[in-house]
Design a protein around this ligand. Structure first.
Ligand SMILES: Nc1ncnc2c1ncn2[C@@H]1O[C@H](COP(=O)(O)OP(=O)(O)OP(=O)(O)O)[C@@H](O)[C@H]1O
Ligand SMILES: [Mg+2]
Length: 143
């Protein structure tokens, strides 16, 4: 399934994230793709809200900590940013495989496409393209 959306502001992207949450209900590993500043973390703010796991303001980029987790009533959201990782070996210490085994976990991963091991496990992908200063094209693809 492929769905396309257009956002005209960060606020709209957060709202879109809220709408996408139900579509990600049964997914374990969701890749968030797009350039630096495309809006991946902004979208996660809305997705986390959609799962009632966090308020948008509480969701910040896990650039340095690599993983932030937010616990909702039904799902636990793991927001992961692999931008700063270079070697596949560094992935091991994160324990992503273990996180994926847990039924209630949804992993939202930025820069995961750098690692074939992660690509191979994805079951949804959201691509964000900058189409104007504040405009973004967002495409959700699920298996
Ligand atoms: N339509 C839009 N959707 C999302 N963000 C937008 C939009 N218009 C402007 N912005 C701005 O673009 C920036 C997006 O930053 P964000 O941290 O979400 O990007 P990112 O894709 O996670 O980048 P990185 O790869 O560096 O983590 C924010 O400053 C946001 O306010
Ligand atoms: Mg980000």
């Amino acid at each position: 399934m492929t769905r396309d959306y257009t956002s005209h502001s960060a606020t709209e992207t957060i709202e879109l994230g809220r709408q996408l949450a139900p579509l990600l209900e049964g997914k374990h590993l969701v890749l968030l793709r797009g350039d630096l500043g495309a809006g991946k973390t902004t979208l996660v703010k809305g997705i986390a809200e959609g799962f009632h796991a966090a308020e948008a303001d509480e969701v910040t980029s896990p650039t340095f900590t690599l993983i932030h987790e937010y616990h909702g009533p039904e799902k636990d959201i793991y927001h992961i940013d692999l931008y700063r990782l270079d070697k596949p070996g560094e992935l091991d210490s994160l324990g992503l495989e273990d996180l994926m085994l847990e039924e209630r976990n949804v992993l939202l991963i930025e820069w995961g496409e750098k690692f074939p091991r992660i690509l191979q496990h994805k079951d949804a992908e959201i691509i964000i393209l900058r189409s104007g200063h504040d405009e973004r094209k967002v495409r959700l693809t699920t298996a």
